[in-house]
Design a protein around this ligand. Structure first.
Ligand SMILES: [Zn+2]
Length: 489
């Protein structure tokens, strides 16, 4: 690691961290200085030495965004499919009939990951939490992109399936679960030792309904031994809520609490279906209070649920109550600024209250919220001692204008279009909106081929033998010729 000092001089605005007030503030006409991979100065009039000076005029520096939940190995393969299709008889979820049959061919997972990470970097994400099925080369793929990554190897003892499209069954294989657990631990430990210095790990018992009590407890013990968090999916589907009630007579939150894993070491992916969610009819519990008292965190991914008419209730309500909340992309497009904007809008629509999702909620979730979940006080903020993970936003970009309130212009109007340069660990990974670390054309070709091959075999996996187009009809059907004999009048 080079220990050269870089000064970004006279930035119009820096979103800087005020440690005394414990919040972000706008600093005008400030210098951002980093040495090697660490920020050493944020503020006007740096008068120390430097090896390189960059002109910050017309730019805003923002802290690197922290993504706490994504599946880059497979989600790009669902493009064109899951935006508009789900199971009508299984709570409008795509979990049971769609995710198992679509996704990405295994040999294209690396390409899929790199394409997804390129989108993340361009949207200002400098840290990604990657929940994937472990594969050969996973860690090196992530490291090569230049991003900072937390690997969360998915492991489970059971999997769901449907025989009829209206009931969900579970197949259990404890041996496979134990093997996945061992692989996960090995992967997590290798990540911590990775020579890039940018990788770490998180325990990942995949879903509340595919892991048993003992499995969760063992995972929590291993997480605590390593001082890292554990993430699972829970409260992500009405089918899952009802399944937990069927099995245990408890809501998902009540069951996690009962088995002793609902606490500060747990990150809950989605955590939407608390008993008081308006789409459930379940006044007989106090999940929200239980969640708040536990210290467990929530990974909020608005897009993937908005597609199915589902929303967390709400980012403002959770954050105002002090529940640790970070943002994730989960699906394509891998764009954190889109997620920020949508987090605001879905909260307002669900409650009829514009204060329940604001730019401040969304930006804090995407920066310090995620950093807190990952136990990284040196990420998600710009202050001396923090990692040099940041983006430079082009304030003069047409979509930013008028840049009267620059974060609002970024979140509500310009999105990733205005993110010009991105640095991770003091190294530039995006220049003028182009990713420097990924051969995007080559990886995209591989990724597209991986989806094409996966789509061809969908009938072999679908319970009813349907084709991809039958499961997810295109917007328009194709035709060889137009049947009308007369011009349209
Ligand atoms: Zn997920």
């Amino acid at each position: 690691m080079s220990d050269k000092t870089t000064v970004v001089r006279h930035l119009d605005i820096v979103v800087a961290w005020d440690e005394a007030e414990r919040r972000h503030v706008y600093l005008d006409d400030a210098d951002l200085v980093f040495r090697g991979n660490e920020v050493v100065h944020v503020g006007p009039g740096y008068d120390g030495t430097s090896d390189r000076t960059l002109d910050g005029k017309g730019l805003m520096a923002i802290p690197g965004l922290v993504n706490v939940h994504s599946h880059p190995f497979s989600e790009p393969g669902n493009k064109g499919i899951t935006e508009e299709h789900a199971s009508d008889k299984l709570g409008q979820s795509s979990l049971y009939e769609y995710l198992p049959v679509f996704g990405m061919e295994a040999d294209a997972a690396g390409a899929s990951c790199k394409v997804a990470v390129s989108e993340l970097l361009k949207s200002g994400v400098t840290t990604v939490t990657d929940l994937s099925v472990p594969r050969e080369g996973w860690l090196d793929d992530l490291a090569a992109t230049g991003i900072r990554a937390v690997v969360c190897p998915m492991m489970r003892e059971g999997y769901w399936f449907t025989r009829d499209g209206h009931t969900v069954d579970y197949a259990w294989d404890k041996g496979a679960g134990a093997q996945a657990f061992a692989t996960a631990l090995k992967t997590i430990d290798l990540a911590a030792q990775h020579p890039s210095g940018r990788l770490s790990g998180m325990l990942g018992p995949s879903q509340i309904d595919t892991c048993t009590e003992g499995y969760f407890k063992d995972a929590l013990a291993e997480a605590r031994r390593r001082g890292i968090p554990m993430q699972t999916h829970a409260g992500q589907a009405i089918v899952e809520f009802n399944e937990m009630v069927r099995r245990h007579g408890k809501t998902p939150i009540e069951w996690l609490d009962q088995i002793g894993v609902l606490g500060p070491d747990l990150v809950i992916g989605h955590c939407i279906f608390l008993n008081d969610h308006p789409q459930l009819h379940w006044p007989h519990s106090d999940d929200f209070a239980r969640l708040r008292a536990s210290g467990a965190a929530v990974a909020h991914c608005p897009t993937v649920f908005a597609r199915r008419g589902i929303a967390l209730n709400t980012i403002g309500r959770y954050m105002n109550a002090g529940i640790p909340l970070g943002l994730g992309t989960d699906t394509f497009p891998h764009n954190m600024i889109d997620e920020m904007r949508l987090a605001c809008y879905v909260a307002r629509i669900l409650t009829g209250n514009y204060k329940m999702g604001t730019a401040r909620h969304a930006f804090e979730a995407a920066t310090i919220g995620g950093a807190k979940i990952l136990r990284r006080p040196d990420l998600g903020r710009l202050a001396p001692g923090c990692k040099a993970d940041f983006s430079l936003v082009d304030l003069d970009h047409p979509y930013m204008q008028p840049a009267h309130e620059p974060l609002r212009s970024l979140i509500y109007s310009a999105s990733e279009r205005a993110i010009r340069d991105v640095y991770v660990d003091g190294l530039q990974v995006v220049r003028d909106g182009k990713v420097l670390t990924i051969d995007l054309d080559a990886e995209t070709t591989r990724m597209v081929d991986g989806q094409r091959r996966r789509l061809a075999t969908v009938p072999q996996r679908d319970w009813a033998g349907r084709t991809a187009d039958q499961l997810a009809p295109p917007v328009y059907s194709k035709t060889d010729r137009l049947p009308q004999s007369r011009p349209v009048t």
